[in-house]
Design a protein around this ligand. Structure first.
Ligand code: ATP
Length: 196
Protein backbone atom coordinates (compact mmCIF):
# COMPACT_ATOMS: atom_id res chain seq x y z
CA UNK A 1 0.00 0.00 0.00
CA UNK A 2 1.27 3.43 -1.00
CA UNK A 3 0.12 6.23 1.24
CA UNK A 4 0.48 9.96 0.58
CA UNK A 5 -0.82 11.86 3.59
CA UNK A 6 -1.37 15.60 3.81
CA UNK A 7 1.60 16.36 1.57
CA UNK A 8 2.58 19.94 0.80
CA UNK A 9 5.82 20.55 -1.07
CA UNK A 10 6.59 23.45 -3.41
CA UNK A 11 3.49 23.87 -5.56
CA UNK A 12 1.81 20.77 -4.09
CA UNK A 13 -0.79 21.54 -1.43
CA UNK A 14 -2.46 18.95 0.82
CA UNK A 15 -2.11 16.02 -1.58
CA UNK A 16 -3.74 12.75 -0.48
CA UNK A 17 -3.40 9.42 -2.26
CA UNK A 18 -3.80 5.78 -1.26
CA UNK A 19 -3.27 2.98 -3.74
CA UNK A 20 -2.76 -0.77 -3.64
CA UNK A 21 -0.65 -3.14 -5.68
CA UNK A 22 -1.94 -4.16 -9.09
CA UNK A 23 -3.24 -0.67 -9.88
CA UNK A 24 -2.42 1.97 -12.51
CA UNK A 25 -2.80 5.53 -11.23
CA UNK A 26 -2.45 8.59 -13.48
CA UNK A 27 -1.25 11.99 -12.25
CA UNK A 28 -2.57 14.78 -14.43
CA UNK A 29 -2.47 18.58 -14.35
CA UNK A 30 -1.21 21.52 -16.34
CA UNK A 31 2.48 22.25 -16.88
CA UNK A 32 3.93 23.33 -13.57
CA UNK A 33 1.16 21.79 -11.47
CA UNK A 34 3.64 19.55 -9.68
CA UNK A 35 3.43 16.16 -11.43
CA UNK A 36 7.20 15.71 -11.54
CA UNK A 37 7.50 17.04 -8.01
CA UNK A 38 5.08 14.36 -6.80
CA UNK A 39 6.94 11.72 -8.84
CA UNK A 40 10.16 12.73 -7.04
CA UNK A 41 8.47 12.40 -3.66
CA UNK A 42 6.96 9.01 -4.58
CA UNK A 43 10.35 7.82 -5.81
CA UNK A 44 11.90 8.96 -2.54
CA UNK A 45 14.33 11.40 -4.18
CA UNK A 46 13.18 14.00 -1.66
CA UNK A 47 11.29 14.11 1.62
CA UNK A 48 8.09 16.18 1.66
CA UNK A 49 8.26 19.55 3.39
CA UNK A 50 5.01 18.59 5.09
CA UNK A 51 3.20 15.26 5.40
CA UNK A 52 4.31 11.70 4.66
CA UNK A 53 4.89 9.45 1.65
CA UNK A 54 5.15 5.80 2.67
CA UNK A 55 5.23 2.41 0.99
CA UNK A 56 4.10 -0.39 3.32
CA UNK A 57 4.49 2.06 6.20
CA UNK A 58 8.07 3.06 5.36
CA UNK A 59 9.03 6.53 4.07
CA UNK A 60 9.93 6.18 0.39
CA UNK A 61 12.99 8.40 0.99
CA UNK A 62 14.45 5.51 3.05
CA UNK A 63 13.91 2.88 0.35
CA UNK A 64 16.79 2.31 -2.07
CA UNK A 65 16.00 -1.20 -3.34
CA UNK A 66 14.96 -1.13 -7.03
CA UNK A 67 12.77 -4.19 -6.32
CA UNK A 68 10.63 -1.96 -4.16
CA UNK A 69 10.70 1.32 -6.08
CA UNK A 70 11.65 1.67 -9.75
CA UNK A 71 11.53 4.97 -11.60
CA UNK A 72 11.53 6.60 -15.03
CA UNK A 73 12.50 10.23 -14.28
CA UNK A 74 11.53 12.86 -16.85
CA UNK A 75 15.18 13.12 -17.95
CA UNK A 76 15.51 9.31 -18.00
CA UNK A 77 18.78 9.02 -16.03
CA UNK A 78 20.37 6.47 -18.33
CA UNK A 79 24.15 6.04 -18.38
CA UNK A 80 24.78 7.00 -21.99
CA UNK A 81 28.13 5.26 -22.39
CA UNK A 82 26.68 1.92 -21.29
CA UNK A 83 24.63 -0.38 -23.51
CA UNK A 84 20.92 -0.86 -22.88
CA UNK A 85 21.55 -4.28 -21.33
CA UNK A 86 24.22 -2.82 -19.03
CA UNK A 87 21.84 -0.04 -17.93
CA UNK A 88 19.21 -2.63 -17.00
CA UNK A 89 21.64 -4.94 -15.23
CA UNK A 90 23.00 -2.03 -13.21
CA UNK A 91 19.53 -1.08 -11.96
CA UNK A 92 18.92 -4.71 -11.03
CA UNK A 93 22.35 -4.72 -9.35
CA UNK A 94 23.31 -7.51 -11.75
CA UNK A 95 20.77 -9.82 -10.08
CA UNK A 96 19.02 -10.73 -13.34
CA UNK A 97 20.17 -12.76 -16.30
CA UNK A 98 21.19 -10.90 -19.45
CA UNK A 99 18.45 -12.80 -21.31
CA UNK A 100 15.81 -11.29 -18.99
CA UNK A 101 17.06 -7.78 -19.83
CA UNK A 102 17.16 -8.65 -23.55
CA UNK A 103 13.61 -10.00 -23.42
CA UNK A 104 12.05 -6.80 -22.07
CA UNK A 105 14.16 -4.63 -24.41
CA UNK A 106 12.84 -6.75 -27.30
CA UNK A 107 9.30 -6.36 -26.02
CA UNK A 108 9.72 -2.60 -26.05
CA UNK A 109 11.16 -2.68 -29.57
CA UNK A 110 14.54 -1.39 -28.47
CA UNK A 111 16.71 -4.50 -28.84
CA UNK A 112 18.74 -2.45 -31.36
CA UNK A 113 20.41 -0.77 -28.36
CA UNK A 114 20.97 -3.95 -26.37
CA UNK A 115 24.68 -4.03 -27.19
CA UNK A 116 25.18 -0.37 -28.12
CA UNK A 117 25.77 2.71 -25.92
CA UNK A 118 22.27 4.05 -25.25
CA UNK A 119 23.52 7.60 -25.95
CA UNK A 120 23.49 6.61 -29.63
CA UNK A 121 19.74 5.95 -29.54
CA UNK A 122 16.97 8.42 -30.37
CA UNK A 123 15.18 10.08 -27.43
CA UNK A 124 12.19 7.77 -28.00
CA UNK A 125 14.42 4.69 -27.95
CA UNK A 126 16.18 5.92 -24.82
CA UNK A 127 12.83 6.51 -23.13
CA UNK A 128 11.81 2.92 -23.90
CA UNK A 129 15.09 1.65 -22.42
CA UNK A 130 14.29 3.61 -19.25
CA UNK A 131 10.78 2.10 -19.21
CA UNK A 132 12.28 -1.38 -19.66
CA UNK A 133 14.61 -0.72 -16.74
CA UNK A 134 11.73 0.41 -14.51
CA UNK A 135 9.57 -2.62 -15.36
CA UNK A 136 12.35 -5.20 -15.23
CA UNK A 137 11.83 -6.46 -11.69
CA UNK A 138 8.06 -6.15 -11.14
CA UNK A 139 8.92 -3.69 -8.35
CA UNK A 140 6.26 -2.97 -5.72
CA UNK A 141 6.01 0.68 -6.79
CA UNK A 142 6.88 1.87 -10.31
CA UNK A 143 6.93 5.66 -10.85
CA UNK A 144 6.82 6.85 -14.47
CA UNK A 145 7.12 10.52 -15.40
CA UNK A 146 5.41 10.95 -18.82
CA UNK A 147 6.66 7.60 -20.18
CA UNK A 148 5.01 8.02 -23.61
CA UNK A 149 6.08 11.64 -24.17
CA UNK A 150 8.48 10.74 -26.99
CA UNK A 151 6.57 7.80 -28.50
CA UNK A 152 4.67 7.40 -31.77
CA UNK A 153 1.48 5.31 -31.70
CA UNK A 154 3.12 1.92 -32.30
CA UNK A 155 5.73 2.48 -29.64
CA UNK A 156 3.26 4.05 -27.20
CA UNK A 157 1.31 0.78 -27.55
CA UNK A 158 4.45 -1.18 -26.66
CA UNK A 159 5.03 1.00 -23.58
CA UNK A 160 1.38 0.72 -22.50
CA UNK A 161 1.32 -3.07 -22.98
CA UNK A 162 4.48 -3.42 -20.90
CA UNK A 163 3.03 -1.15 -18.19
CA UNK A 164 -0.20 -3.16 -18.09
CA UNK A 165 1.78 -6.40 -17.83
CA UNK A 166 3.55 -4.89 -14.82
CA UNK A 167 0.21 -3.99 -13.23
CA UNK A 168 -1.03 -7.52 -13.98
CA UNK A 169 2.08 -8.90 -12.27
CA UNK A 170 1.14 -6.93 -9.15
CA UNK A 171 3.05 -3.65 -9.34
CA UNK A 172 1.46 -0.37 -8.31
CA UNK A 173 2.28 1.90 -11.25
CA UNK A 174 1.92 5.66 -10.85
CA UNK A 175 2.42 7.67 -13.99
CA UNK A 176 2.23 11.36 -14.73
CA UNK A 177 0.76 11.86 -18.18
CA UNK A 178 -1.21 14.09 -20.54
CA UNK A 179 -1.49 11.25 -23.03
CA UNK A 180 -5.04 9.91 -23.59
CA UNK A 181 -3.51 6.70 -25.01
CA UNK A 182 -2.17 5.96 -21.52
CA UNK A 183 -4.77 7.82 -19.45
CA UNK A 184 -7.53 5.54 -20.78
CA UNK A 185 -6.02 2.58 -18.94
CA UNK A 186 -5.70 4.20 -15.52
CA UNK A 187 -7.72 2.69 -12.70
CA UNK A 188 -8.02 6.19 -11.33
CA UNK A 189 -6.66 9.66 -11.92
CA UNK A 190 -5.32 12.21 -9.45
CA UNK A 191 -5.62 15.72 -10.93
CA UNK A 192 -3.06 18.19 -9.57
CA UNK A 193 -3.16 21.97 -9.55
CA UNK A 194 -6.12 24.14 -10.33
CA UNK A 195 -8.35 24.42 -13.35
CA UNK A 196 -8.31 20.70 -14.30
N1 ATP B 1 14.14 22.00 -7.51
C1 ATP B 1 13.22 22.95 -7.60
N2 ATP B 1 13.31 24.09 -6.91
C2 ATP B 1 12.39 25.06 -7.00
N3 ATP B 1 11.29 24.97 -7.75
C3 ATP B 1 11.13 23.85 -8.45
C4 ATP B 1 12.06 22.78 -8.43
N4 ATP B 1 11.60 21.79 -9.24
C5 ATP B 1 10.44 22.24 -9.75
N5 ATP B 1 10.15 23.48 -9.29
C6 ATP B 1 8.96 24.27 -9.61
O1 ATP B 1 7.82 23.57 -9.14
C7 ATP B 1 6.73 23.72 -10.07
C8 ATP B 1 6.21 22.36 -10.48
O2 ATP B 1 7.15 21.72 -11.31
P1 ATP B 1 6.93 20.25 -11.87
O3 ATP B 1 8.14 19.93 -12.70
O4 ATP B 1 6.62 19.35 -10.74
O5 ATP B 1 5.62 20.41 -12.78
P2 ATP B 1 4.94 19.41 -13.80
O6 ATP B 1 3.49 19.36 -13.47
O7 ATP B 1 5.68 18.11 -13.81
O8 ATP B 1 5.17 20.19 -15.18
P3 ATP B 1 5.42 19.66 -16.69
O9 ATP B 1 4.13 19.07 -17.17
O10 ATP B 1 5.79 20.91 -17.42
O11 ATP B 1 6.56 18.64 -16.65
C9 ATP B 1 7.28 24.56 -11.23
O12 ATP B 1 6.84 25.88 -11.06
C10 ATP B 1 8.79 24.44 -11.10
O13 ATP B 1 9.43 25.59 -11.58
Amino acid sequence: MLSVRDVSHGVLKDVELSADSGTLVALTGHSGSGKSTLCHLLAGFERPEQGTVTLEGRPTAEITDWRQIAVVPQRLALLEQLTAVENLLLAARLAVETTQAEKILDRLGVDVLAERPVGQGSIGEQQRVAVARALLLDSSLVVLDEPTAHQDDDNARRVIDAVLAGVEAGSLVITSTHDPRLLNHAGFTLPLGTGL
